[in-house]
Design a protein around this ligand. Structure first.
Ligand SMILES: Cc1cc2nc3c(=O)[nH]c(=O)nc-3n(C[C@H](O)[C@H](O)[C@H](O)COP(=O)(O)OP(=O)(O)OC[C@H]3O[C@@H](n4cnc5c(N)ncnc54)[C@H](O)[C@@H]3O)c2cc1C
Length: 339
């Protein structure tokens, strides 16, 4: 049985089919809903349930805390309506004209960036372009239809090559294949552009927070800002374990030297490294510099544990929910149809 869902403040009404999540129906009907992981673990698709009832067929999503439920927040990539609904959610208009497509890409080159990070350069088919926003991601579609998500690290205006930064997940099926078997000239299949992580139009200073390969989409955002002539006040924090994990440290320093942004690298396990910089957790370093976040926007990408800790602590420091944008680098649920 289908239900109607009225989305405020855009005041758009969509039909959600019996087996669909609110997010799936919204994307199908061309409503730009915010989303990232699509498996209920990141919280990027949070919205307010104003009227009606929902169910979570796979159980309440892990990301939904007691305070979120008390605030009537719902995780719309998992929520199935059990009545007609009225909800409040941000409308993303910038992705409205995008066409999500699947296409073959050829591996042009593979670079070693760190012991467990490789950079893939993927060439699109001749005469093909992907119209994406800096910060978005693609899914690599495996032979059996399963998907693995990777952020695009290059700014949209760089020709027909896409740059990805791939960290090896121990025991990981796709990343293991990248490290052991993938070679230049091999073919992969990708689908994109996906997600709603990109720099919003705002006069507020933006704090960019990367954990590990979470640097990738922020690199695209910074390079796009540079190409557009900059102007936005940016401060990049990059958290990693040790110096070797800051795999493009010189590049970030060069942005800083050119006056594009402020840059604070943060190491959690400097060990024997000669390191006189900031140590500890990257989100704690942000709070040490910005104890009050009310006048800022924050864009962050990286491991789910970093995102969850930062979401909680940044809210306490006064950051409004609608000014926090993130992609949590979650593992894929092995569900081939899940977009
Ligand atoms: C929007 C988005 C963007 C991303 N961008 C990037 C990027 O730019 N660069 C990058 O390096 N990564 C990125 N990731 C993460 C990346 O998608 C995963 O690392 C990748 O899917 C792992 O694939 P795999 O087949 O190698 O691992 P899998 O075979 O899926 O699993 C790897 C290992 O982790 C275990 N595992 C599986 N699920 C979980 C779980 N829920 N919790 C803990 N362990 C688990 C498995 O048992 C296995 O041992 C992104 C993720 C998302 C959602």
């Amino acid at each position: 049985m289908s239900h109607s869902v009225r989305i405020l403040p855009a005041d758009r009404t969509i039909r959600v089919g019996g087996n669909e999540s609110v997010l799936e129906a919204a994307l199908r009907e061309g409503f730009g809903f915010p989303y990232s992981c699509r498996n209920g673990s990141c919280g990027a698709c949070f919205g307010e349930l104003l009227e009606g009832t929902i169910a979570y067929p796979n159980g309440p999503p892990a990301v939904l805390g007691e305070a979120d439920e008390a605030a009537k927040l719902a995780v719309f990539c998992q929520a199935r309506p059990t009545s007609d609904l009225v909800v409040r959610a941000e409308e993303i208009t910038q992705t409205r004209a995008q066409v999500v497509r699947t296409m073959p890409v050829r591996v042009e080159r593979i670079d070693d960036l760190a012991s467990d990070v490789k950079r893939l350069w993927l060439r699109l088919p001749p005469n093909e372009r992907m119209q994406y926003l800096a910060g978005q991601y693609v899914d690599v579609v495996l032979r059996d239809g399963r998907r693995r998500s990777f952020s695009i690290a290059s700014a949209p205006r760089s020709d027909s090559l896409l740059e990805l930064h791939v960290r090896l997940s121990p025991g990981g099926r796709f990343t293991g294949y990248v490290f052991e078997a993938l070679r230049a000239r091999d073919l992969l299949r990708i689908e994109g552009p996906l997600g709603t992580f990109f720099l919003r139009d705002s006069p507020l200073p933006a704090i960019l927070v990367a954990g590990g390969t979470g640097f990738a989409p922020l690199k695209a955002i910074v390079e796009e800002q540079m190409a557009q002539g900059g102007g936005r006040e940016l401060h990049l924090f990059w958290g990693a374990r040790s110096t070797g994990d800051l795999y493009l440290h010189e590049l970030a320093e060069s942005w800083c030297d050119a006056g594009v942004l402020r840059y604070t690298p943060v190491l959690s396990e400097p060990g024997a490294d000669a390191w006189e910089g900031v140590t500890g957790w990257v989100h704690a370093a942000v709070l040490a510099s910005y104890p009050q976040l009310a006048g800022y926007e924050v864009y962050m990408c990286g491991p789910p544990a970093m995102i969850n800790a930062a979401r909680r602590d940044f809210a306490t420091a006064g950051l409004a929910r609608e000014r926090l944008h993130f992609d949590a680098f979650d593992y894929a649920e092995d569900n081939s149809g899940n977009r």
